[in-house]
Ligand binder design. Structure first.
Ligand SMILES: C[S@@+](CC[C@H](N)C(=O)[O-])C[C@H]1O[C@@H](n2cnc3c(N)ncnc32)[C@H](O)[C@@H]1O
Length: 226
């Protein structure tokens, strides 16, 4: 996964990133196009509910490639990206905060939190804890993650995750959600799922053939006061 410009990255990793990005573009592996469209749709829904400009938290933002598309929308007021690495990235509408700093200092609430391909890297069994924690900051959380469908599918996901992330020091999970563990996670996080797209086409071409749409889901969770 791409980081903001990092000049400290060794040359061999930079070369691997360049080659894998090139292969990805050639074989339909660009994920940003469809994912941004999906997140634009979700943001628009939230905007239309209140008819006022919205603020977004992009949790596990990487280099904020998806947020960069959301930033272009007139009804998006501000986007905060949170991830593990240090960076001073800032634009007119976007700013970056490191994980610890965010949880220590953030007092703001957001109209929407997006968590795209992050939770499985944090470990699916404990992921309800971060959802619970984040639900204090917004009523709406939209998650994009993976579903595994048995042993072969799990290994395929691990391989693709390795391919996409190996140059970025991101943890490659041992397992992914299935329908049942995802429902358990929602229950334990005390959130309510208002919508799930359980087959979401993320890629085109060869990449879509290898990792088809049943491996990707998008879920909209709501924080409902009891
Ligand atoms: C596959 S990348 C996705 C990046 C971005 N959301 C996107 O879709 O382009 C996973 C990201 O999750 C981040 N991540 C992993 N563990 C995290 C944690 N504990 N807190 C915040 N971000 C984390 C990684 O650093 C990485 O940038």
């Amino acid at each position: 996964m791409i980081r903001f410009h990092n000049s400290k990255r060794p040359f061999n990793k930079k070369l691997l990133i360049f080659i894998s990005d090139f292969i990805r573009r050639l074989c339909g592996g660009d994920r940003i196009g469809r994912l941004s469209k999906m997140m634009i749709t979700q943001s628009e829904k939230i905007y239309l509910q209140n008819k006022k400009k919205i603020t977004i938290l992009d949790f596990g933002c990487g280099s904020m490639e998806i947020s960069k598309k959301l930033e272009e929308l007139s009804y998006v007021k501000q986007i905060t990206g949170v991830d593990t690495f240090a960076s001073r990235f800032k634009t007119k509408k976007m700013k970056y905060m490191q994980y610890n700093n965010f949880f220590k200092n953030n007092k703001k609430k957001y109209d929407l939190i997006i968590i795209i391909d992050v939770l499985h890297h944090m470990g699916i069994d404990g992921s309800y804890k971060i959802l619970k924690k984040l639900s204090k900051f917004s009523k709406n959380i939209v998650i994009k993650d993976h579903f595994e469908h048995g042993f072969f599918s799990r290994q395929l996901l691990r391989f693709v995750d390795f391919y996409a992330n190996y140059a970025y020091d991101v943890n490659i999970p041992k397992k992914y959600y299935d329908y049942s563990s995802w429902k358990k996670t929602i229950k334990k996080s005390r959130l309510k799922e208002v919508k799930i797209i359980d087959s979401f086409q993320q890629h085109d071409g060869l990449f879509n053939f290898i990792l088809n749409k049943k491996h990707h889901f998008v879920s909209h969770l709501k924080h409902v006061k009891k």
